[in-house]
Design a protein around this ligand. Structure first.
Ligand code: SF4
Length: 234
């Protein structure tokens, strides 16, 4: 028996609404999982050499999480800023991938502390991995860290807990005013925090002589270079 046009229309509307309902439910579930840190917007993951700071030259697996609204104008990973452009990925998958490559994991971004890092770091540590973070410290702390690299940004200053937790303070030097900023920031971290000055890549030729001079005058600081860029690796 042929269905009337009216019945067909009703059926179409019903199926359409049902699909919308399930899509919305699915989106909501994903959103809830991302908010809980069980899924994270994963931008990229790769095994490489840590190019910067205290652990320069050591092999590590990098997990780059999307999402950052700090807004550094010289940021070299601007494509990380919009979390919605990076697929929500379950942390079990992220941990399984990482476990195949290294015992040292660096979580970077974007700004990883945009998200709840406790589920991911706990899962990595349960598998015996040493977990490092690179953060601006601008958000509430979450996660369990073996190494906490704080790279403060003037646009959105770190929270007090980030200074307290920092194992390493890495200040990016874009212009000469950043030396005064670095000195002021070093007053906020603990006495055993390692201090690094790193030239922003696009102005490195101009800034390296100034950093060299500063470090010779202030030997509690060390020079950090983005050696991965010299090595032409990620
Ligand atoms: Fe880029 Fe990091 Fe600054 Fe965010 S905090 S804008 S990811 S440099």
């Amino acid at each position: 028996m042929l269905m009337s046009d009216e019945l067909l229309t009703l059926l179409f509307v019903f199926c359409h609404d049902l699909m919308n309902y399930f899509c919305t439910r699915m989106e909501k579930t994903i959103e809830e999982k991302v908010n809980a840190g069980v899924m994270l917007p994963l931008m990229e993951e790769f095994y490489t050499i840590q190019g910067e700071g205290f652990h320069t030259g050591t092999a590590a697996y990098f997990i780059r999480v999307g999402g950052c609204d700090v807004g550094c104008h010289w940021c070299d990973v601007k494509e990380s800023w919009n979390a919605e452009t990076h697929p929500p990925t379950h942390i079990d998958q992220i941990v399984d991938h990482a476990a195949k490559w290294s015992k040292t994991i660096v979580i970077t971004g974007g700004e990883p502390l945009t998200w709840n890092m406790q589920p991911l770091t706990s899962a990595l540590k349960d598998r015996g991995m040493s977990v490092h973070i690179e953060t601006s410290g601008a958000y509430e702390l979450s996660g369990t860290w073996d190494w906490f690299c704080l790279s403060p940004k003037k646009m959105k200053m770190p929270v007090a807990a980030a200074y307290k937790r920092a194992d390493e303070l890495k200040v990016i030097v874009f212009n000469k005013h950043d030396f005064a900023f670095a000195k002021a920031e070093s007053q906020k971290v603990s006495s055993n925090c390692q201090l690094f000055l790193q030239p922003e890549w696009s102005v490195r030729e101009k800034m390296i002589p100034l950093i060299t001079e500063f470090v010779m005058e202030n030997p509690e600081w060390r020079v950090s270079l983005q050696t991965h860029k010299y090595l032409n690796i990620p």
